[in-house]
Design a protein around this ligand. Structure first.
Ligand code: SAH
Ligand code: SF4
Ligand code: F3S
Length: 465
């Protein structure tokens, strides 16, 4: 598995390979103008862009093929680490030259974080809007059309979710569905509660009717989204729990795979494992970010669980009848992380036997309590720890993947590597298998493939016919 943060969106087929991307319902007549959205960050940001695109489509805009030809250019930003944030201003600088006569907007997490300052640093920007204010976008777009400039949507204090009439689905095979927005935790290193606002769940009926519409449109795979997806609490009279919602989405006719991300260990209960065990449509993969293997560091991170409590949850997963794959996120070099603390993150890799790890060097962020903690770890030391951790995980994945040689998986085919004569698809456990087949036109099909060769980050196989 690669170490990028764009989990799950890297293995898509090129746009030309499928029929047109899905739009929920027919957009109105064109207003002759076009928009382009450039997106960074997590799946929530990717899906927000699909909904924001829907707002523009509903007003008669069409999607431009490139930034250069667009009348409205939006930059959907991430601020989880310093590097992601730095990129934004250099990119906005590059847009300056083509800004004439266009509307430029900065949306997403860095927009929320930097607010009005963006207008000072990049006066060619007309709109700054954080995700908690997207429900006001239709009105803001109308104001921009009427000549409005320097519009801001930065209200974080909300209990509303962002509902759209139209969503433009960029992934033709896997549809994202938001079930919960924001975050009520307060991990000491993290900007998300400051950029996305308080936790608010969507009514279960809205989620289920979206799932049914997706099934009617031909989708067979749904990924439920939330920063703490398993903290879901149905605000409607039905008061479904997360597990009840999972079961109901999984029973929508036509849906063959349901995934969910990201689970917080504190809200991870045995019932989730029981539901996966009993419901084949629920995918046998859990992304359960641990952040550190040291209970002391977990305390300083305010993660609300100990190493032992986390391992207890892993034991429930390992006791399941289905083989459930587990992936995680780890931060190395948190302030005050000793060599011994770090060692405990490395030994945790062995104790769990992860199928994939997204590891990051700690990056101090504005408005977070960790940013003022003493005992910062020098950058080179953070990178050394990152390399050690990644190296250990690589060994673990070699061993785990070698054991898969000879096994067959059902794959949903999402990529055609025509130059290599290979197809690629994902198993329910989120493994990517590159495989050969004597057949044609496999994109979007479910096939069986047997693994013939394993590498640490990829599997090679052939279709079983
Ligand atoms: N809500 C999820 C994580 C969201 S952010 C959870 O609670 O697990 C995605 C990942 O980015 C986190 O899991 C963490 O590993 C990483 N991350 C967040 N803030 C960071 C920071 N300041 N420096 C380095 N990595 C960070
Ligand atoms: Fe950030 Fe923690 Fe919330 Fe995850 S749970 S989004 S890491 S504050
Ligand atoms: Fe980045 Fe915001 Fe997602 S900071 S990781 S885009 S929640």
């Amino acid at each position: 598995m690669s170490k990028t943060f764009d989990i799950g969106i890297s293995a898509l087929a090129g746009p030309g390979e499928f029929a047109q991307a899905n739009v929920d319902s027919a957009p109105p007549l064109s207003n002759g103008k076009s928009f382009f959205i450039e997106t960074f960050g997590c799946q929530m940001n990717v899906h927000d862009a699909e909904k924001v695109a829907g707002v523009f489509l509903a007003r008669g805009y069409r999607a431009a093929q490139s930034i250069a030809e667009a009348d409205v250019m939006l930059y959907n930003t991430c601020s989880i680490r310093e590097k992601a944030a730095q990129k934004v201003f250099s990119r906005l600088g590059a847009w300056r030259g083509i800004a004439d006569g266009k509307i430029i907007g900065v949306i997403g997490c860095l927009a929320q974080q930097e607010g009005e300052d963006i207008f000072e640093r990049a006066p060619w920007v007309s709109l700054v809007c954080g995700s908690a204010s997207y429900r006001k976008l239709p009105q803001m777009v109308a104001e921009l059309e009427a000549g409005g400039r320097r519009l801001m949507g930065l209200d974080l204090d909300t209990d509303e979710t962002f509902e759209t009439e139209i969503t433009r689905r960029d992934n033709p095979l896997r549809a994202y569905v938001t079930i919960i927005e924001g975050c009520d935790y307060s991990c000491s290193y993290c900007v998300v509660p400051h950029t996305r606002g308080p936790e608010r769940s969507r009514p279960s009926d809205a989620v289920l009717s979206e799932a049914r519409r997706l099934a009617d449109a031909g989708y067979t795979e749904i990924q439920l989204l939330g920063q703490t997806v398993n903290s879901y609490r149905d605000p409607s009279a039905r008061t479904l729990s997360f597990v009840e919602l999972l079961r109901e989405v999984a029973s929508v006719a036509g849906i063959r795979r349901v995934r969910f991300t990201t689970s917080h260990p504190n809200d991870f209960h045995r019932e989730i494992v029981d539901a996966i065990d009993a419901t084949p449509v629920l995918c046998d993969h859990i992304h359960l970010p641990v952040q550190s293997g040291s209970t002391r560091v977990l305390g300083a991170m305010r993660r609300t669980y100990t190493r032992e409590e986390y391992l207890e949850k892993i034991a429930w997963i390992r006791a399941a009848r289905r083989l459930i794959s587990v992936t995680t996120d780890i931060i190395v070099g948190f302030p005050g992380e000793t060599e011994n603390d770090f060692e405990q993150s490395v030994t945790l890799l062995d104790a769990v036997g992860y199928d994939g790890v997204y590891a990051f060097t700690y990056s101090p962020r504005p408005n977070t309590t960790a940013s003022t903690m003493p005992d910062a770890i020098p950058e080179e030391e953070k990178y050394r720890r990152l390399a050690v951790l990644q190296d250990r995980q690589r060994q673990i994945q070699i061993e785990r993947n070698n054991k898969l040689v000879g096994s067959a998986f059902e794959l949903l085919v999402d990529t055609h590597h025509s130059a290599r004569g290979q197809w690629a698809g994902r198993s329910t456990s989120n493994l990517i298998v590159n495989f050969t087949s004597p057949l044609q036109n496999l994109l979007g099909e479910y096939v069986q493939a047997r693994v013939t060769r394993a590498a640490p980050f990829s599997l090679v196989g052939e279709q079983v016919i």
